[in-house]
Design a binder for this molecule. Structure first.
Ligand code: AMP
Length: 190
């Protein structure tokens, strides 16, 4: 059973590459950002709280995210066939919670695919996406705070997963298909 974490800064291509990974490997996709945006759209209590953090480019508190993720795993039988985690974990406590949740389900993270892209390119891509996404956080000011939050709170996870020998570095610039080929090579070698 494959459980893949797709890891990288905002704009590194996690969503795009997740779609291709699902197509080839048939994994269940969990994007915490997508789940939160659905909560906001449905006007739930979680959505109302999350909206305040997302619109400022800050992370939603760990307990809320971890509970939300556990709910998605419990509600969806298909997750037992393997999952691609997109946008989660984003902090060390989330990574520890994920390890525990998967161990309780007799499984573990198979690999962390780290998409590495230059900062300037990230900003360019996010600004371009902002012209069509309608997302409240794809504007220059919020993009800057999301990247700052990424460096401060999320990059320590790279060392966490290097220590666990799960981190696979992928050069995330170039054509979508060429990047996907490098990812598939890593997955096929697991
Ligand atoms: P994304 O769609 O992955 O770029 O996420 C958009 C926003 O949702 C982030 O900037 C955070 O505010 C929030 N978010 C998504 N995933 C998480 C997470 N794992 N932990 C905390 N906040 C998250």
């Amino acid at each position: 059973m494959l459980n893949i974490v797709i890891f990288g800064a905002p704009g590194s291509g996690k969503g795009t590459q997740s779609e291709k990974i699902i197509e080839k490997y048939g994994l269940f996709h969990i994007s915490t950002g997508d789940v939160l945006r659905a909560e906001i759209k449905n006007g739930t209590e979680l959505g109302q709280i999350a909206d305040r953090y997302i619109s400022k480019g800050q992370l939603v508190p760990d307990e809320l995210i971890v509970d939300m993720l556990a709910g998605v795993l419990d509600r969806n039988e298909e997750t037992k066939k393997g999952v691609i985690f997109d946008g989660f974990p984003r902090t060390i406590p989330q990574a520890e919670a994920l390890k525990k949740m998967l161990a309780e389900r007799d499984t573990e993270v198979s690999a962390v695919i780290g998409l590495e892209v230059e900062e300037e390119e990230l900003v360019d891509r996010l600004l371009k996406r902002g012209q069509v996404s309608g997302r409240s956080d794809d504007n220059l000011e919020t993009i800057k705070s999301r990247l700052e939050v990424y460096h401060r709170q999320t990059t320590p996870l790279k060392d966490f997963y290097i220590q666990e020998q799960k981190y696979r570095k992928i050069h995330g610039s170039g054509s979508v298909d060429a990047i996907f080929d490098s990812i598939a090579e890593e997955i096929d070698n697991l």
